[in-house]
Design a protein around this ligand. Structure first.
Ligand code: GLU
Length: 485
């Protein structure tokens, strides 16, 4: 039961592997609710129908549950303000969009994608930021009516003040001022009748009685649009808090090219959720050295949303390792430790599938650790000599690894069939035999050239672990490539 009226939410878009950044924002909201005796809600934002999938939704929910973050309302458990998945709320947004149009704050735009592209091209050429040019802003009511009646495809855009600036207070950034002329006439309703993120987000936060919106800093520039939509609908905006994004050690935005970013990667390697939450939670509190090891309850107690830094949270894997080790050694009982190990080995059917593939390949059970060990290892410690038996030159191996790595990202659903199909397509594209492509991958993924079947192994390991192993293998092979003349 809410005692404070505080209601916060995490609103992930199920468009990819659940990201540690989502866990970071979710944890902030969870601790905020806990600290204030409020509610923490989960809403799925899947208005981007081309990129959202039910598989990713399940993965997001599972990953956040694994983190130990419990929500009191959400698509899986319902609640008083449901449904909690935007695609299930599709019809609910239209009347609000119509209200904005009727009150003169929005307009129908018939511009074709081709015209918009030309407009942006011209803006780019002139060194201007891409922004809608207002082509349909002043169409007469008669023209709009007849074009709508004729069934011409159109979107609805919001009007933006032509002068002055939007001033608001942000819990992290303080007083913010953004000139209106930097704000685009945002599409609110797409041609297919689906609302955009901005429209659905505001309507849902209002209808779900969200009091505080804490999200990533990348949304700070969208606040003026959101505040306008609240105003146009006669609603009170929530309190905004824009958290600095997590960064790599070199301060660049945390991205999977530099560091593994999928929660599933950390799960697979055997990080324990308490340690990951402890690590992320330290960004939200002030503590003295020596007090770092904290449970979720202790984090909530020390949680200090008033003193957040804009500097950015550095994702320091060594610190995470240090905390994870301490959690394993100091916080888990012997029984709990055993239980964790077994659960970890069974996750994603890793053990079961590994054994299934091994049965026909061994004479004694004692051969299993050598054969299946790579499915569980956090680090293969690849030696360049592991690639020595392969016939291709180091340059060719590097080319293969560097081509396969980004191409595997194109696979939508990660399984044996899709992996095989993609690798065959890559071999075709590179004009090489499949077995030439597969040889270095075998070593990269399993650490040895005698191992379980490659496609199955890749499916079992999961995309995020495979991505990291290919990256490390490329670094190893690169040491074999002589300096260029
Ligand atoms: N769906 C947005 C995202 O995944 C949520 C942003 C927000 O919290 O308003 O980043």
């Amino acid at each position: 039961m809410t005692t404070s009226g505080v209601r916060v939410r995490i609103a992930p878009s199920p468009t990819g592997e659940p990201h540690v950044g989502t866990a970071y924002i979710a944890l902030f909201n969870y601790l905020f609710a806990k600290k204030h005796g409020g509610e923490f809600i989960l809403r799925i934002e899947d208005t981007d129908a081309t990129r959202s999938t039910p598989e990713f939704e399940t993965k997001v929910l599972d990953a956040l549950k694994w983190c130990g973050l419990k929500w009191s309302e959400g698509p899986d458990i319902g609640g008083p303000y449901g449904p909690y998945r935007q695609s299930d709320r599709k019809d609910l947004y239209k009347p609000y969009v119509e209200q904005i149009v009727t009150n003169g704050h929005g307009f129908r735009c018939f511009c074709t994608p081709e015209r918009l592209e030309k407009m942006r091209e011209a803006q780019r050429a002139a060194g201007l930021p891409p922004k809608y040019d207002g082509h349909c802003l002043n169409l007469s009511a008669e023209e709009v009516t007849s074009r709508v009646a004729a069934g011409e495809p159109h979107v609805v855009r919001m009007k933006i003040p032509t002068e002055g600036s939007c001033k608001f207070h942000d819990g992290v950034y303080g007083d913010v001022e953004i000139p209106w002329d930097a704000v685009d006439m945002q599409v609110l309703l797409k041609a297919d009748g689906m609302p955009t993120y901005h429209m659905a987000n505001v309507v849902d936060d209002h209808l779900m009685k969200i009091t505080h919106v804490a999200r990533g800093e990348e949304w700070l520039a969208s606040v003026p649009k959101h505040i306008l939509i609240y105003q146009y609908l006669g609603w009170e905006p929530p309190v905004f808090m824009h958290l600095s994004l997590m960064r790599n050690a070199d301060k660049s935005k945390l991205s999977k090219r530099k560091n593994p970013t999928s929660i599933s990667y950390y799960t697979a390697l055997g990080y324990i959720p308490e340690a990951l939450m402890n690590f992320l939670g330290l960004f939200f509190i002030q503590i003295a050295e020596g007090e770092e090891l904290l449970t979720m309850d202790e984090l909530a107690e020390k949680f200090d949303p008033e003193n957040l830094s804009k500097a950015g949270a550095i994702f320091d894997i060594q610190k995470l390792d240090w905390l994870n080790g301490r959690w394993i050694r100091e916080k888990l009982s012997e029984e709990e430790f055993q239980h964790r190990v077994l659960t970890w080995a069974m996750e994603n059917d890793r053990l079961k599938e590994g054994l299934k593939l091994s049965q026909s390949r061994i004479t004694k059970l004692g051969e299993l650790p050598d054969l299946t060990g790579f499915l569980f290892k956090s680090d293969l410690n690849l030696d360049p000599s592991a690639f020595a038996k392969i016939k291709s030159t180091p340059e060719e191996l590097l080319e293969i690894l560097n081509t396969v790595q980004p191409d595997l990202e194109k696979i939508l659903e990660w399984n044996v069939e899709t992996i095989e199909a993609e690798l065959r397509a890559i071999a075709d594209r590179m004009g090489k035999k499949l077995k030439v492509i597969v040889a270095p991958l075998f070593v990269a993924v399993s650490g040895s050239s005698r191992s379980l079947p490659l496609f199955d192994s890749m499916a079992i390991l999961g995309r995020s672990v495979v991505r990291q192993r290919l990256k490390l293998a490329a670094q190893t092979v690169a040491t074999l490539v002589g300096p260029k003349n």
